[in-house]
Every structure is written in C-alpha cells, then in structure tokens.
Design a binder for this molecule. Sequence first.
Ligand SMILES: *Cc1c(COP(=O)(O)O)cnc(C)c1O
Length: 389
Amino acid sequence: MTLSEYLSKSLNTIKRANWYRQEKTITGLSGAIIELEGEKLVNFASNDYLGLASDKRLMEASIEAIYQYGTGSTGSRLLSGHRKLHEDLEGSIARWKNTEKALVFSSGYSANIGVISALMNQKDLILADEYNHSSLKNGAKLSQSKVIEYSHNNCVNLTHKLAKNRSDYRHCLIITDSVFSMDGDLCPLPELIDIANKYDCWLLIDEAHATGVMGKTGAGCMEHFGVKNDNIIQIGTLSKAIGSLGGYVAGSAVLIDFLRNRCPTWIYTTALSPADTAAGLKGIEIITTDTTLRSNLWQNIALFKQELTSLNMSFLPSESAILCLKSKNAESALNTSLKLRERGFFVPAIRPPTVPTSRLRFSLMASHKPEHFATLKQHLGYDKNLSEP
Ligand SMILES: *Cc1c(COP(=O)(O)O)cnc(C)c1O
C-alpha cells in the first residue's frame, strides 16, 4: 500500500465514524462574541475564561516587549534565549502558586511530556486517571515506565492497583488533571495526597483549566482545596485563563533545578518569545490583583447552571467553567452543534477519540451576558431534538 492510499483509507474510516475534524477560521478579536467564517456567534468554545487574550493591557505589554527584545528569543534558555522577563514570569508564577520555584515552557503540552519523561523511567510505575489529557498520556508513554490507568476519579480503584503493583517498581508517580478538560469535574486532591503518602508515590497535577479559575486568588485546585505541599508537581498553561501562550511547572527548588538539567522539552527548544512571556506576566498580575473577572465568571457559571438545569437535560457533573451536555452518539452531538450554530451559538461537539462518549462542551467566560444563556435555553428547550440525552 502506498503512503497516500494508507492515509486516504484511514481518513475514510474517520469520516464514516463521524470523527472527522477541521479547523474553523475566526476573524478579529476573540471574546464572548466572535465572528466565525463570516457569522457572528456567541462563543462557548474558548479557554480564555477571563477574556484576557483580547485585553488591551496584555497586548500593550506584548508590544512593549517586542520593541525591547524583538520577536524571537533566538535560542534555548541555557544558550542565548534567556531574558530577565523569563525570570520575572517564573518568580510571579512561584509566588502565586505558593511554591519555591517555577519554570516556563513553550506550551503546557511540552511541559507535561518533558517533565514526566524526565522524572520517570523503565524501573518506575505511573498511575494515571483514565480521563487524563493527551499530553499526560503521551508523557507517560515516552517515559517508558509501566503505565496503569485507574477508573476516573476512583480512589478505591487507584488504591487497589497500588496495593497490587507498587512493590514491583522503584518510583511511582500518580498523574491527573485537576479540572478534567473534557468533563469539568475535579480530581479528589486531598484523597490523592493521602494515597500518595501511604503508598510512597509522587503526585503530579495538571492545573491547565484550574489556573485563573479555581481558588481564592485563581491559583488553581491546590488553593481551592486549601492544600500546601512542596512535593506536589504542579503543571499548567499560560494559554488558557492567563490569555497568553506557554506552559509552566511549579514546585520545589530542587525539582526546578533538576528539570533545568534533565528536561529535554525545556533544554532543547527555543525560549518562550518575549511577547508571550510579557503577556503571561501581565495576565498573572491582573488575575492576582483584580478579582472582578473571576467573580464575573463564577456568577456566569451559577447562572448557566440555573438556567439550563431547569430544562431537565443531562449535564455531566461539573465544578468548573466547563459544562458538558451528554449526546447519544457522535452524529447527534454533531447535529446539535450544527443546529446551535445556525441559531448563533458556537458550541463544539467533542467526540471520540478525544473522549469515550460524545458530548457538547460549553466553556464559560467572564464576559458572557445573562441574555446569552437565556436565548441558549430557549433554543435548547424549543427543539427537543437538541436536548435529547
Ligand atoms: C490545554 C491543556 C494542556 C496543553 O496546554 P497548551 O499550553 O495548550 O499546550 C495540557 N493539559 C490540559 C489538561 C489541557 O487542557
């Protein structure tokens, strides 16, 4: 079989299953209202929870950094890529996350892949929540450790698997999303910390959708649950609520020092660009000094739940800004998404292989308006086909 034949055959299989996906072009600034392929839509597809990606203050910080340092950072951090901006950003992340140190990466994805594979090897064991993000799964694979998945958020199942396997391996790392990206629920963090202590495991949590959203200062689920633990490896992204681009790791000084010397996705890649670094720094400054955006977001989450649960539809349990409406199958998720789009709403259908069961995923923003939820409710309630579980 030629390469092209193989690729076409695979694509046809994907299309037959209604799993085929394509990018869609947004013109202009992103926000709660966007212009998508010429249509004005209410945007329920953005990770920009606080609207900072189109905030003037971040744009100005980026532009200033470009004039000061140029567009590219010209090299890796250990060679010619390091600027004072990187240090400032890492200091600000560490203070916010209440850790000794932090390290920034080109993306959250590369942070996860690099950190997990730098810490673990063939002699080690990784226990991973079955619903973990792709970057955690691939980081675990790359490490060549034994990887065992436990049932989603199921501490009994996790404990059972540890009791059975832990003693056969040297080190053990438990890895989990803190806010599950395609479900919206939270990991049972206090219980996971207890289990990690009991079975001599390390713990890595991915705060991608928690950072800027959860906790009193938006520091994430660590803050939400009120746990302080220097041994926990906290990973996150600058690309969601913070409104920039890039990833980070926060933890003990010795962890960061080790990663600076052993983590390939930090060592062998070009440093984060001046513009992204400056926007990240400004985003964190705004999040940590002004609580209005986060309190608007949480008001919207409450309002959305109040409006839409009255329709008696099947939402997945959520404690975050991500709310998912169950669909029968991929086809029905796609149809509902298309119908909603005709009615002025951008709501993505999330299908396998991203998730085991298809769903419509709404992510809320601080800048959504009550009328956005009210009209959404009308459309969902009006057409029963739209809301069929
Ligand atoms: C988005 C996401 C990432 C990747 O972060 P990027 O900065 O976009 O690469 C990692 N983990 C989770 C849970 C995510 O949702």
